[in-house]
Design a protein around this ligand. Structure first.
Ligand SMILES: Nc1ncnc2c1ncn2[C@@H]1O[C@H](COP(=O)(O)OP(=O)(O)OP(=O)(O)O)[C@@H](O)[C@H]1O
Length: 334
C-alpha cells in the first residue's frame, strides 16, 4: 500500500459518547478522483480532518502520500492542499494578498511565490480580479480563489470538503470543470466530500458511501448502481398504510423484485421495469390500494443509499440537525 495516495486502517474518531468515524478502511490510488458521499453529520469532514492532520484520530492508522499522519505530519501537510467547507479567506485582502499570505505560511521564497500566484490565478481564471478585495467576489469566485490557494505549494493530494456547497447550478458546473481538469491535466489526486449525489456521480472515478461514521458501500458510481440489479419503479400511494401493505406483499414474494419504502413511497427494483408496471398495478388493485403516481427510472446513487440504509440521503439529513448544518444552511440561504 506504500504506493497508494491514501491508505487508512480502522481509523476512528470518538467525541464523548459519539463515534464520528468508525473503523474506516479506504485506499485511494495516486491520480484518482475519489468521493466520500454521505448526508450531513455522516463523518466526512472528520475523516478529512484526520487525513489532513488537523484532527487527532482516537485509534487506527492512516498514511497520506506514504507518510504517517501521526509521526510524519509535517511531510503530510507539505504533500496536501485543503479547500475547506467554510471560507477561510480574508475578506479585507485582495485575491493576490490572500495567496501571498498562504505562500508565506508555507515558506515559499518571494520569487517563487509571485510566480505561483500568477500561475494559480490564471488556472482558475481570476487574474483580472487579483487586486480586488475578496469581499467584492461572488460565491463562485471565492471558491475558485480557495482552490487556487490550495494549489499554491504544488500539493500531490487535494482535499475538497463540499466544494460546491451553496453555489448555484451554473457555478457548480463551472467548479466541476476545474476539479476535473486539475485531476486529469495536472494529475492531482483529489478526495472530495459531498452530499450531492449528482456531484459524486458526475465527478468521481470511485466513491465510498458513508453513514453514521461507517463506510456502507464503495465502488465506481456505475458498479454501485448496477449492483441494485435493474430499473427502479417508484409508486406514490395515497397512504403510508397502503405503502406498508404493498411492501409486505413484495417481501413475501421476493422473486417479483426487491422493495423498500419511505412514508407513502414504495420503490421496487426490478430487471424489467416496463413489464413490471402492469403487474404492480394488478397487485395494488387486488389489495385495493390507491395509487397517486408511478414512475420508472434507472438507479441513482440515492437509490444505492436507500438500499443500504433504508432511508434516502435527504431523509438522513433531516435527522442530522447539528449546529454546523443549521449555520451552513442559513449561509446558503436554504
Ligand atoms: N468537535 C466536535 N465535537 C463533538 N462532535 C463533533 C465534533 N465535530 C463533529 N462532531 C460530530 O461528529 C459527527 C460527524 O460530523 P462531520 O462534520 O464529520 O460530518 P459530515 O459528514 O462532514 O457532515 P457535514 O457535511 O455537516 O460537515 C456529527 O454528528 C457531528 O455533530
Amino acid at each position: 500500500m506504500a504506493d497508494a495516495a491514501i491508505h487508512t486502517e480502522k481509523i476512528t474518531k470518538k467525541y464523548d459518547g459519539l463515534t464520528a468515524v468508525d473503523n474506516v478502511d479506504i485506499t485511494v490510488e495516486k491520480g484518482e478522483l475519489f468521493g466520500l458521499l454521505g448526508p450531513n453529520g455522516a463523518g466526512k469532514s472528520t475523516l478529512i480532518g484526520m487525513l489532513s492532520t488537523m484532527i487527532r484520530p482516537s485509534s487506527g492508522n492512516a498514511s497520506v502520500w506514504g507518510y504517517d499522519i501521526r509521526s510524519d505530519s509535517t511531510k503530510v501537510r507539505k504533500s496536501i492542499g485543503v479547500v475547506f467547507q467554510d471560507t477561510t479567506l480574508d475578506q479585507k485582502l485582495t485575491g493576490r494578498e490572500n495567496l501571498d499570505l498562504h505562500g508565506r505560511l508555507y515558506g515559499l521564497p518571494k520569487k517563487l511565490r509571485h510566480q505561483r500566484i500568477s500561475e494559480v490565478l490564471e488556472l482558475v481564471e481570476l487574474s483580472q480580479w487579483e487586486d480586488e478585495i475578496v469581499q467584492k467576489y461572488s460565491g463562485g469566485m471565492m471558491r475558485r480563489l480557495e482552490i487556487a490557494r490550495g494549489l499554491m505549494h504544488h500539493p500531490n493530494v487535494l482535499f475538497m470538503d463540499e466544494p460546491t456547497l451553496g453555489l448555484d447550478p451554473q457555478t457548480r458546473n463551472h467548479i466541476w470543470d476545474y476539479i476535473k481538469d486539475l485531476n486529469r491535466e495536472k494529475s492531482i489526486t483529489i478526495i472530495l466530500t459531498t452530499h450531492y449525489m449528482e456531484e459524486a456521480d458526475r465527478l468521481c472515478k470511485r466513491l465510498a458511501i458513508i453513514d453514521h461514521g461507517k463506510i456502507i458501500a464503495r465502488g465506481t458510481p456505475q458498479e454501485l448502481k448496477s449492483a441494485l440489479g435493474g430499473d427502479i419503479l417508484t409508486l406514490e400511494l395515497a397512504t403510508t398504510e397502503g405503502a406498508g401493505k404493498l411492501t409486505e406483499h413484495y417481501k413475501a414474494n421476493p422473486s417479483s423484485g426487491s422493495v423498500s419504502a419511505s412514508d407513502n413511497i414504495v420503490k421496487i427494483t426490478t430487471a424489467d421495469g416496463e413489464r413490471t408496471i402492469p403487474e404492480v398495478l394488478k397487485i395494488t388493485s387486488q389489495l385495493d390500494l390507491d395509487i397517486r403516481s408511478v414512475s420508472l427510472h434507472k438507479p441513482t446513487l440515492d437509490d444505492v443509499f436507500l438500499h443500504h440504509t433504508g432511508k434516502g440521503i435527504r431523509d438522513a439529513e433531516s435527522g442530522a440537525g447539528t449546529m454546523k448544518t443549521l449555520r451552513r444552511r442559513s449561509r446558503a440561504g436554504k
